[in-house]
Design a protein around this ligand. Structure first.
Ligand code: RAT
Ligand code: ZN
Length: 426
């Protein structure tokens, strides 16, 4: 017979103790280390690719989109400014001339505050002085400790001229950062990726005959192994279709999925981004569109020996995606991606996922591009996860259930880290 919760370690909560239960959930969620499964951060060995500090925070593309709405400055003039000038402009327009309560602006303040800086002074130069005194590798430790992060997964593109030399010169690894092999150029722009692959010694051709397909598999295998990547990943447009007659579909079916199967690596699909709806905004110029979930159904059903990690960008896709995950154990949902990473939407999605999928999801990833952003992304999300989880437990107490502290710890560990590792290792 299962042990009653009272015999488990620590306190147990029953009906009438909802307020104490909420406090316990807040404590446990705050103290449970996170594996941040999708970021754009880099280990310090990648040099300038690791971004940190207040000027990077202020020029994050989420904020660039906002500042370019706030001024009538021509886009070109903005892009001609130095990073520091862009940061000054953003600070003035979005933090001084207006109240900074958009999620991206608020995030900057949460991050500064978490590092002990006094946001009441509004003195950007003081903040700059603080960051100028930090050393990257120690600062990573400091930020990870403050955010309670055990590790982060990078986004690694073998086509990227900045990171490729680091991998090729025998990067030794860093226990704080894991790799994910990102293959957008391959799957979304085969016409341009093909000559690049050829130039790196893979005997491919546009038509993707048998030889070329074998060579793409060799390319994927080489990089998966070199990077010790935990998964392969791609972002996909709203009109993503599978199966279909296209280079992308051929590459997925004949190259990505066989290599993923052989290595036990999940294939992560981030679906719903329309790239460059306003190219003048550069990195800030991407948009969102509703996508069909049917390609996900098809992939999960047709390839039961493959593991799929999926997040979708459109709010309107979230319910269908949860239902799909109920039907396929090889489908793993993660995070509130990009335009969904806002408190009201995180709360709605987290509640929906908990109701439809219980504790079998990873409710959040940070998508941080600047190290300091993990401070705010996780603080804000932890609060929401706490709120929704405590509510769900309270519903159980109302049905006479008793919840032990150790059970809260178990659930939080799964949500913030364990589920991901279990899926990767399955
Ligand atoms: O969230 C972002 O910063 C986006 O620009 C994208 O990088 C997106 O998250 C992606 O991984 O494609
Ligand atoms: Zn991303």
């Amino acid at each position: 017979m299962a042990k009653p919760p009272e015999s488990a370690r620590g306190a147990a909560y029953r009906a009438g103790q909802e307020s104490a239960l909420r406090d316990a959930v807040a404590q446990v969620v705050a103290h449970t280390p996170v594996t941040d499964l999708h970021t754009h951060l880099f280990a310090p060995a990648f040099g300038e690719l690791l971004l940190w500090g207040v000027d990077e925070l202020l020029t994050y593309h989420y904020l660039t989109a906002e500042v370019l709405r706030a001024t009538s400055m021509p886009y070109d003039a903005f892009w001609r400014m130095s990073k520091r000038e862009q940061a000054d402009l953003t600070w003035r327009e979005l933090f001084i001339e207006r109240s900074p309560y958009s999620e991206a602006c608020r995030g900057v303040l949460t991050a500064l505050h978490a590092m002990g800086l006094d946001t009441a002074t509004r003195n950007l130069d003081d903040y700059r002085a603080y960051f100028a005194a930090q050393k990257p590798s120690e600062y990573v430790d400091k930020v990870f400790k403050a955010a309670n992060l055990e590790c982060a997964v990078m986004t690694n593109d073998p086509f990227d001229a900045g990171e490729r030399p680091v991998w090729e010169s025998g990067y030794a690894g860093d226990p704080r950062f894991h790799a994910a092999l990102r293959i957008d150029p391959l799957l979304n722009d085969w016409a341009n990726a093909c000559p690049k692959l050829k130039a790196s010694g893979y005997d491919v051709e546009l038509g993707l005959g048998a030889k070329a397909r074998a060579e793409v598999r060799r390319f994927l295998t080489d990089w998966l192994t070199r990077m010790k990547a935990l998964y392969m990943a791609v972002s996909l447009p709203p009109d993503f279709a599978f199966p279909e007659e296209s280079a992308r579909a051929t590459l997925i079916a004949e190259c990505v999925l066989p290599v993923a199967r052989e290595h036990g690596a999940p294939f992560a699909m981030m679906i719903g981004v329309t790239r460059q709806i306003n190219p003048a905004l550069k990195l800030a110029g991407d948009g969102v569109g509703y996508s069909s979930v049917r390609p996900v159904h098809h992939l999960c059903a047709a390839y039961p020996d493959n593991k799929f990690m999926v997040t979708m960008l459109s709010r309107e896709n979230q319910h269908e995606l949860c239902v799909a995950a109920r039907k396929f154990r090889n489908l793993f949902l993660f995070g509130c991606w990009w335009f969904l990473n806002n408190p009201s939407l995180i709360e709605e999605m987290t509640r929906m996922r908990f109701e439809l999928l219980g504790p079998s999801v990873v409710p959040q990833h940070s998508d941080a591009r600047v190290l300091d952003q993990v401070l705010y992304k996780w603080e804000h999300s932890r609060k929401i996860i706490t709120k929704v989880l405590a509510e769900k437990y309270a519903d159980l107490l109302a049905a006479g259930w008793v919840i032990a502290e150790s059970e809260i710890e178990r659930d939080a560990q799964k949500l913030l880290s364990g589920n991901f590792w279990d899926f990767v290792k399955a």
